[in-house]
Design a protein. Structure first.
Length: 337
């Protein structure tokens, strides 16, 4: 925004009052990555401008999945052995609420409106639905056996749940919070992500070394893609929807899938036991949590190479990145009407 002011496109520089100049922030808030550390019971906060850890936040026992509200004001962390969800304020980077959920919560997803959080409970075979206004569980949805992960369509109408132990994907109608479809998957579905246009779900099948692509129109598997890696464990899709990044746990690699051809185009070496992946809002970088390396690999998505590695806590697992900060509002000058 500074260039517009300097160019005189908003108000002439001389016309701005000292008070107005003080009101304008020097820059937008940084985009931050929140990484759960299973063995440290903490969340590391990475400033993506400098790729350094700025905060370490104590949470519950064995934090696993993590998601951030669309406004970027709160982070929801599933504590696997704590049977709870920690709510972090991104303004203070402290825990403000702890919410009891089911047994062994893992994956977390938040609706596009930010009004509900869906948390899968592995040992309860259920999904807890949290009302973000009250930070309480409003309902519990039975799903398949051993749910590991959840993703919500961009229109917020459906949640897809990967059930590891019965090789299926449950489809939840978020208006009624009931399961409307159960989709057979290859052996070991553990993670999933939905394309930005909402047309396809990419499911990582750990025991099958492949990725299933589900059509959200028909709720059927339309193709299956071998990753070329051993034990695919996490999946993320770039903001433009063109690429899917799949972590291969035992290979220490990330497979890059072109979503137009559904073929693997690159294989990127990362750390030991890569778990989950998330992207900066501009899609220029991917952040991969490496559980046994105690670090995060930062991938340049243009070159598909690791640009840097960021040390974090013990056993990094989940990763979520804040949305792009809103542009600061133009301050009113003294002569504004």
């Amino acid at each position: 925004m500074g260039w517009a002011v300097l160019a005189g496109l908003a108000v002439p520089l001389a016309a701005a009052s000292p008070a107005a100049a003080q009101e304008a922030p020097a820059h937008d808030d940084p985009v931050r990555a929140y990484v759960t550390n299973l063995d440290s019971d903490t969340v590391s906060v990475i400033d993506t401008r400098t790729n350094t850890v700025t905060h370490t936040i104590p949470v519950g026992d064995r934090p696993d999945g993590v998601a951030i509200t669309p406004k970027g004001d709160r982070v929801y962390v599933a504590n696997q052995l704590g049977d709870s969800v920690s709510v972090i304020s991104t303004r203070t980077n402290t825990v403000t609420h702890t919410i009891p959920v089911g047994d062994a919560p893992n994956g977390v997803a938040i609706t596009p409106k930010g009004d509900r959080v869906y948390v899968v409970n592995f040992n309860s075979d259920s999904v807890s639905v949290i009302d973000t206004k009250t930070n309480t569980v409003k309902t519990t949805v039975p799903v398949g056996n051993g749910p590991e992960d959840v993703a919500i369509t961009p229109n917020g109408e459906r949640a897809y749940v990967a059930n590891d132990l019965d090789d299926s994907v449950s489809v939840i109608d978020t208006r009624t919070n009931t399961v409307t479809h159960t989709i057979a998957a290859p052996d070991g579905p553990v993670a999933l992500a939905i394309t930005p246009n909402g047309q396809h779900v990419y499911v990582a099948n750990a025991a099958s070394d492949n990725v299933s692509v589900i059509s959200t129109r028909t709720n059927t598997v339309v193709t299956t893609i071998p990753t070329g890696g051993d034990l695919p464990n996490g999946v993320g899709i770039t903001p433009n929807g063109r690429l899917a990044y799949v972590t291969n746990l035992n290979s220490g690699t990330v497979s890059v899938i072109d979503t137009r051809t559904n073929t693997v185009t690159h294989t990127i070496p990362v750390g030991t036991w890569p778990r989950n992946v998330a992207f900066t809002p501009d899609g220029e970088r991917a952040y991969v949590a490496n559980e046994l390396s105690d670090n995060v690999s930062v991938i340049d998505t243009e070159t598909n190479t690791v640009a840097t590695t960021v040390p974090v806590g013990n056993g990094p697992f989940g990763v979520a990145i804040t949305p792009k900060a809103a542009a600061p509002k133009k301050p009113h000058s003294a002569t504004s009407s």
